[in-house]
Structure formats: C-alpha cells, structure tokens
Ligand binder design. Structure first.
Ligand code: NAP
Ligand code: MG
Length: 462
C-alpha cells in the first residue's frame, strides 16, 4: 500500500510541555505511517517564540492565511512565573490571541462523545457546541496598574480631532484599570459565522451577553446579531426548522444546565473561553473537546481546547507515570487533514481522517482510556477485563477497568497494536504486564511490513 499523498502543506504549529510530547507521538505513530505528510513547520514552543521575539507566531498566522489550513499544538501563555521559569525576554502575549486576532475568526468547540462516557449533567444527550468570538475584548486589552491617587479617563480622539472623554474612576489610592475594544466588522463576521454554522449543522443558535450591565459594549453585540438575523437569516432558519434565541449570559448558563444539548451557544470571547472548559469537563473531559478557528474568508485552524497539561508534564519530567489523553489533539490533526483533503479534492486523505477518528473512538469504546475519562465513564470500560484498580479507587470512582492507569505511552501502544489487529491493555498496576485480546481490524488497513515494524517496536518498549 502506498502512502496517501497530499498536495498543499498543512501549517503545523508545534507547542509546549505534555502536548508537545503527544504531538510528536501522534505524528510518528498515527499519521506518518499512512500519509506522506506535508507540513510547513512552525515551532511555537515557548523557547523558540522567545528566541524569535514572537515573530514565529506572526509568521505561522500569515502562513495560515496563505495555505488556508493549520493544526496547532497547545502552547504556554506566559505569566510572571513562566518568565522566570523560561528566562524570557518579555511576557509574550497569548499565541492563540495573536493568531485569532490576525485571522479574525470564530472558534467552534464541540465535545467528542463516546458511548459509555456519560455527561456529568444527566439531561445532556447531544453535544453542545460553543461558538467563541475570537477577536478583542480582554484578550487585546490595555491595562495599567494604578500606583496611587489620580483620575483614570477613557479618551477617544477621532481622526477629525474630535474628542470623546469619560471618567472611569477617581482613584484615592492604588488599583488597576483596563481598556478593551471590539469592532463592528468583527462582531458582524462573528454573527455570520454563527448563523451559517447553525444552518450547516441544522441546530438552534443561542447567543448571550451581559447587555443589561454593559449597556453600550455588550448591547452592540446583541443589536448586530439581531439586525443581521432579521435581515438575512430569519427565513432560512424557519425553513431549516431551527431558531435563534438571545438571552442574558446568566440565564443562558441556567438553561444550558437544564437542556438536552444539541445546539450552538455563541459566546463573547471571555465567556466562550470559560464556558467551553465547563461544558467540556461536564461532557467527560477537557481532553475530549475539539476546537476549530474559522475566519470569515474561510481559513481554518484546528487545535485541542485544552492547554499544555503542565501538571502531567512535570510528572513526566520526573519519570513518573502520566495519564494524558491525546484524543482532542488527534482530532485536531484529523480535522485539519480532512479539511485539506476537502479543499484539495483528495478523497483518500478525507477517508484517512475518518478512519483515524473511528479508530480513536473504537479504542476508547473497547475499554482503553486514560484516567480522566475512565473516572467519569465509571463502568464504561467494563469490557470483561479483570480489575487491577485498588479497591479504594474503585469504590470511590466506580471504575471497573484497569486501563484507567494507562500511561501515555501505552495509549499509543494500544493504538499501534489495534491497528496491527490485536489490542493490548497495559496496566501500570500489574507492572506493565500485557493482556491481549484479538479484535478485527476495522479502522485502518495497515500494510504488513509496517505492522511488523510496530510489533517489533512494541516488543522493544515492553
Ligand atoms: P490545561 O493544560 O488544560 O490543564 C488543566 C487540567 O485539566 C490538567 O491539569 C488536567 O487535570 C486536565 N487536562 C487537560 N487536558 C488534559 C488531557 N489531555 N489529558 C488529561 N487531563 C487533561 O490547563 P492549565 O493547566 O490551566 O494550563 C497549562 C498551560 O497551558 C498554561 O501555560 C496555559 O497558558 C496553557 N494553555 C494553552 C492553551 C492553548 O494553547 N490552546 C489553552 C489553555 C491553556 P489533572 O491535573 O487533574 O489531571
Ligand atoms: Mg479556557
């Protein structure tokens, strides 16, 4: 079997910490054996961002504008502690913030559902997709630490020299102040992206802000959405049998928790950031949430919704066992490859992306999962495996399968062997002793020589 060929390179944005480790594994074990992978590589790992004075982030965003499809690994957004840890020249801005601002996109985040992993919120039966406005607000803020007494003002100087001035606060002592902005044009493309996405997946669209408190800023969002809906989408929504619904963010939160799911929830930048973590966690795991940035002119950047999983990375550095779930990162790759296939008319590449996702889901549904999923899934992985979980853990979490102790490497191994036609479960509790279960090759057709190589590698690892 020949490797699947690509036409246009993917823009590959490498990242930091635990996800950087997963990134290399996913490429090497799950993609490169099958696809003649073409990427234009940008190292967005913090050391290289610092070396290039963050120019690499800008270059990678420009490359995305040029080629149209990017896949991004999670990256560190430095704070004061990171400046010391990495000895940085500067506290660089969030790469995601920079890329989003340059692409002016909307981020759609949807949970990956697997049977057996039940949402924490019992009423949820279908995925909730969060559409996060990806421009402006607090992510492009300007802020000052106020040293002492004085007046903070908001001043706008028009191009014609005309001034609008408002007092923010008369400080009597130290404090903080921040200025944020947004653009009618960006809110407009956000609204279009949401309405179009809702039509394409035939799901209701909800939108929420805090317009009762922010009577000018948030109200502008509400008005723009309503004007665009009334003028351009009302009829199309009626024909599609879906609705557009605006409500206050706090009301939305209460309704979401009581809902059955199966809709798109459009959120302002910060709300989307926070709510997508909440929704992802309640659906099973932050590690099971996909994220795609869609720009108004049709550029796509795929990533996992979670961060670099620092806590696991520090354990990994100490040689301790980790249980980092690669699913969302795998889906970032499959999403990007599928989109590339779609744009370049490469049905084989699109089929590969489908198979990779199916293999991932099948692997989990067959009982191989990392700790966070297993803890939520409870008896999800009771596939006839004998438990090797300490009794106390089982009692506390209701987990019946040893595979919740799978270290990260073994998750990849399980994959390797699944594609080779045999599934191994590696249990850290019983000292890495393997059990094998034969399963049919359903997901990937792997050539024999690669299968043999993988088996040899597996023996080496064991
Ligand atoms: P995080 O990396 O998402 O991790 C938070 C916690 O969620 C982890 O400690 C872990 O919980 C769980 N988790 C997340 N992803 C997981 C996975 N794949 N498998 C298993 N568990 C997973 O968020 P953070 O710790 O707040 O941030 C770490 C770094 O990532 C920061 O430097 C931040 O700037 C950056 N970040 C980047 C992005 C991005 O590039 N898109 C997004 C968010 C954060 P347990 O510890 O309980 O196991
Ligand atoms: Mg977040």
């Amino acid at each position: 079997m020949e490797k699947i060929q690509m036409k246009t390179p993917l823009v590959e944005m490498d990242g930091d910490e635990m996800t950087r480790i997963l990134w290399a594994d996913i490429k090497q074990l799950l993609i490169e054996p099958f696809v003649d992978l073409k990427t234009e590589y940008y190292d967005l790992g913090l050391p290289h961002r610092d070396e290039t004075r963050d120019q690499v982030t800008i270059d990678s965003a420009n490359a995305t504008k040029k080629y149209g499809v990017a896949v991004k690994c999670a990256t560190i957004t430095p704070n004061a502690q990171r400046v010391t840890e990495y000895n940085l020249h500067e506290m660089w801005k969030s790469p995601n913030g920079t890329i989003r601002a340059m692409l002016d996109g909307t981020v759609f985040r949807a949970p990956i559902l697997v049977s057996g992993v039940r949402p924490t919120v019992r009423t949820w039966q279908q995925p909730i997709t969060i559409a996060r406005h990806a421009y402006g607000d607090v992510y492009r803020n300007s802020e000052i630490r106020i040293p002492g007494a004085g007046k903070a003002e908001l001043v706008f100087t028009g191009a014609d020299g005309q001034e609008i001035r408002q007092t923010i606060f008369d400080f009597k002592g130290p404090g903080v102040v921040q200025g944020i902005h947004n653009l009618d044009a960006s809110i407009t493309s956000f609204a279009h992206a949401c309405f179009q996405y809702a039509l394409s997946v035939k799901q209701d669209l909800w939108f929420s802000t805090k317009d009762t408190i922010s009577k000018t800023y948030d109200h502008r969002f509400k008005d723009i959405f309503q004007e665009i809906f009334d003028a351009q989408y009302k009829e199309k929504f009626e024909q599609a049998g879906i609705t557009y619904f605006y409500t206050l963010i706090d009301d939305a939160v209460a309704r979401v928790v009581r809902s059955k799911g199966g809709f798109i929830w459009a959120c302002k930048n910060y709300d989307g950031d926070v709510m997508s973590d909440m929704v992802a966690t309640a659906f099973g795991s932050l590690a099971m949430m996909t994220s795609v940035l869609v720009s108004p002119d049709g550029k796509f950047e795929y990533e996992a919704a979670h961060g670099t999983v620092t806590r696991h990375y520090y354990k990994y550095l100490k040689g301790e066992e980790t249980s980092t779930n690669p699913v969302a990162t795998i889906f970032a790759w499959s999403g990007a490859l599928r989109k590339r296939g779609e744009l370049d008319h490469l049905p084989d590449l699109m089929a590969f992306a489908d198979k990779l996702e199916k293999a991932t889901i099948d692997t989990i549904e067959s009982g191989v999962m990392t700790r966070p999923c297993a803890a939520v899934g409870g008896d999800a992985c009771a596939g006839g495996q004998q438990p090797h979980v300490p009794r106390s853990y089982r009692v506390a979490h209701g987990v019946r399968c040893c595979s919740d102790f799978l270290p990260i490497a073994s998750f990849a191994d399980a994959f390797l062997l699944l594609t080779g036609g045999i599934r191994y479960l590696v249990c850290a509790e019983c000292d890495g002793r393997m059990k094998n279960v034969s399963v049919p090759i359903t997901a990937l057709d792997m050539p024999l020589h690669i299968r043999k190589e993988n088996m040899a590698k597996k023996r080496e690892l064991a």
